[in-house]
Ligand binder design. Structure first.
Ligand code: 4AD
Ligand code: MG
Length: 432
């Protein structure tokens, strides 16, 4: 007899097979018990009829199988037209492997703090299951997209002596006789990578000690950071929108069931596969906000209400180009058309999910970068290597960073990005 997974059931209709499962729920009457089962690859129903098993087994099914009890089932796979999955198993026998009593997460509503305290168990429930599968698929599609576009995957260090996105939000740790910082961004290293390999991308965790408690911030989040040699902003924006559209199409093609499980219709995603995405300048954004009744002036950074308002003016993600210098990072080059601002762009997601990508051209002027480092109190000792990239064969280059959980929260319509990472790290949460 073959041991299979639930996901393989469609190929085994009419066959007797063995599957390792957990119980998620059960219902029984005098002569029949309906067991809701999961095995990690999927969810389906098992049916035990009193006539098909010994009396002892039928009693055991009623009394010994609880939520999250693990067991081997053997039975025949059959079609089940009433369920979404379309298949079920007619159980002939089962053997308990691990008992489970008083499982804390019931099939009723629980508060979010309780669920997060039990995250190690909550991951077994349907919605987290679907969210983790979607996350995994996006990472795979990311690798495929960048492979197709001539990029080399490039790993930036997590322990660094440098702080590309401002020195106030760093997690500091002892590093023998000095300090090290958990990486806020792999970008500076990706720039070195682009000078060696042309087009690179990093994919890894990044850390921000931001004391913000918003639904868009994590202390530890994953970023995908492509960096492209010989590239200006126009071309970079094209790659960014192609990347987002590719991810959305890939999920439509491979994760329709998971999307449905989290309440996102495939139909509602289709418009985001159509390019181009609109582009407006920061100045146009300010005008738009003023017309919309916001009290903002040139120079202001956008918070979540502003971002949501701007995004709501469009049906698709929208690029906001060329922000004022003061609110952006030191490495961005001046806009030749207005020296108050820099050549950069943020991509705002529709539906109120805010900034999913931040990117820019990188200044390749040795003097400009040297001065900026000094202005920002970033020492030669720590950043001399970054200066070197401008000293030896400097070239125009551009890059961007996509926040994985921000993208996922938008696609899966989650109120808070904490549900899009297995174990979220937040202001008041380091466990489990
Ligand atoms: O805009 P940010 O800070 O840009 C950078 O770090 C650049 N070095 C990227 C680059 O050009 N290589 O962050 C990039 C993205 C944001 O658009 C957002 O999606 C996400 O990272 N992000 C966060 N996601 C979750 N929690 C946080 N605390 C985040 N901070 C930024
Ligand atoms: Mg940003």
């Amino acid at each position: 007899m073959e041991t299979i997974t639930i996901s393989e059931a469609p190929k085994h209709v009419g066959e007797t097979v063995k599957i390792g499962v957990w119980l998620t729920d059960k219902r029984s009457s005098g002569k029949i018990a309906f067991l809701q089962l999961r095995d990690g690859t999927g969810f389906f129903q098992g049916i035990i009829r009193k006539n098909d098993v010994s009396e002892e087994k039928f009693d055991s099914a009623k009394h010994d199988l609880h939520q999250e009890t693990s067991f081997w089932v053997t039975g025949e796979i059959a079609e089940d037209k009433r369920s979404k999955f379309g298949y079920e198993i007619h159980i002939k026998d089962f053997d308990i492997v691990g008992e489970s009593e008083d499982y804390p997460i019931g099939n009723k509503e629980h508060g979010i703090d309780f669920l997060l305290d039990n995250r190690h168990l909550w991951l077994r429930s349907r919605k987290p299951w679907a969210l983790m599968r979607i996350r995994s698929r996006v990472k795979l599609a990311t690798m495929e997209f960048f492979e197709k576009h001539g990029f080399t995957q490039f790993d930036a260090p997590e322990l660094t002596g440098s702080a590309p996105e401002g020195t106030t939000e760093l997690f500091e740790t002892d590093y023998f006789d000095r300090s090290a910082y958990l990486s806020q961004s792999g970008q500076l290293y990706a720039e070195a990578g682009a000078m060696a390999l042309g087009r690179v991308y990093t994919m890894g965790p990044t850390f921000r000690a931001e004391k913000s408690k918003t639904r868009r911030h994590l202390m530890e989040f994953w970023m995908i950071e492509p960096e492209m040699a010989w590239m200006h902003q126009d071309e970079s924006l094209k790659i960014q929108e192609q990347y987002i559209a590719y991810l959305v199409q890939d999920l439509i093609d491979h994760c329709a069931r998971e999307l449905e499980m989290v309440g996102r219709s495939v139909e509602s995603l289709k418009p985001f596969t159509e390019l181009p995405y609109p582009r407006i300048t920061y100045k146009e954004a300010i005008e738009m906000l003023q017309k919309g009744g916001f009290d903002v002036e040139y120079g202001a950074d956008f918070g979540s209400p502003e971002e949501t308002y701007l995004a709501d003016q469009f049906q698709k993600p929208v690029f906001i180009l060329n922000y004022p210098k003061e609110i952006k990072a030191f490495y961005m080059p001046e806009d030749p058309e207005d020296s108050r601002q820099v050549i950069c762009a943020d991509l705002l997601a529709p539906e109120g999910y805010g900034e999913i990508i931040g990117g820019s051209e990188r200044s390749y002027d040795y003097e400009y970068i040297t001065n900026k480092l000094e202005e920002n109190g970033l020492s030669k000792e720590d950043y001399g290597w970054y200066d070197d990239l401008r000293k030896y064969g400097s070239i125009p280059h551009s890059g961007f960073g996509m926040g994985l959980e921000r993208f996922l929260a938008w696609i899966t319509l989650q109120d808070h990005i904490r549900e899009n990472i297995p174990f979220p790290r937040m202001l008041n949460r380091l466990n489990p």
